[in-house]
Design a protein around this ligand. Structure first.
Ligand SMILES: [Zn+2]
Length: 285
């Protein structure tokens, strides 16, 4: 059937890779601007609450406006400078106007998103369900990037991810709905319990509530059985990275390594390995 051939092409690794480059480019904007937008909202709400005059935040900021520009000189990127991956490579990581450095993180996020999207074709075949998983991957990349930069996990990412996990389960695309629901409940409850035990024993906050919500979302997409492997992998990789940063002197006193990026990474690991392989690693199979 011709429609099948078209679907095969649409859901092939090269096409998904290109889609990943474009989405990755947008995720860079989300990672960069969403925390700034949240901070502006907080400042405005605080001013209202305290009955102060509204803070002057300069020109309006959204995910779409203003267009991409150089943070050093304000040079607005031309379309060919703004092409995912290629734009940065052609400019060799420097602004065309002022030669100021452009972070290699932009092409890295674009390349990573492309790679992960293309890998979905290998993981699921030409099944439209992989588009739902592409959304899952994209939100995790944005959440991980923001948490790494700011130690915040925005509700505006974790909550829709949780609801979407329940919806795709209800549509019969991923898990049975009860599995998704218990995954969400257990994910939130597990980290909530660890948080309060840690606080009772040490008097300190070991993680943020955003981590509970992120694990709840991972539970809704991956199911309750995958929560323990996710937390174990995230803790292991997080501890190694924390030690590495400490050894390299990059971890300032009093600053902690956010857990969210490692939870997100572990969730992706479980997604791509598949529940059977993960169960094997855990010795359950
Ligand atoms: Zn510049």
């Amino acid at each position: 059937m011709p429609s099948d051939t078209f679907l095969d092409l649409l859901l092939s690794a090269p096409v998904l890779g290109l889609l990943g480059l474009l989405i990755g480019s947008f995720l860079n904007v989300v990672i960069h601007r969403l925390p700034q937008m949240m901070e502006r909202d907080w400042r405005r709400e605080s001013a209202e609450l305290l009955e102060l005059s509204a803070p002057d935040d300069g020109p309006p900021l959204s995910l779409l406006r203003p267009g991409s520009h150089c943070p050093h000189c304000g040079h607005v990127l031309r379309w060919h400078e703004n092409l995912p991956l290629i734009g940065w490579l052609r400019l060799r990581g420097r602004c065309a106007a002022c030669s100021g450095p452009i972070s290699p993180r932009y092409p890295l996020v674009e390349g990573l998103t492309a790679l992960l999207f293309a890998s979905l074709a290998w993981r699921f075949g030409a099944d439209p369900v992989l588009l739902a998983w592409a959304g899952f991957v994209a939100v995790l990349i944005a959440a991980a990037g923001i948490d790494w930069d700011t130690t915040l996990l925005p509700d505006s990412l974790t909550q829709p991810l949780l609801w979407a996990g329940l919806v795709v389960a209800a549509l019969g695309w991923t898990l049975p709905l009860d599995q998704a629901l218990w995954g969400a409940v257990a994910g939130y409850g597990a980290l909530w319990t660890v948080f309060w035990l840690f606080k009772l024993v040490t008097g300190k906050d070991g993680m943020g509530a955003g981590d509970f919500k992120l694990l709840a979302a991972l539970g809704a997409w991956l199911g309750p059985a995958m929560l323990l492997p996710v937390v174990l992998a995230a803790s292991l990789i997080g501890a190694l990275v924390g030690l590495g940063l400490k050894a390299g002197g990059q971890l300032r006193e009093g600053r902690y390594v956010p857990f969210g990026p490692f939870l997100a990474g572990a969730g992706l690991l479980v997604l791509y390995a598949g529940p059977q392989r993960v169960s094997g690693w855990m010795g359950w199979a």
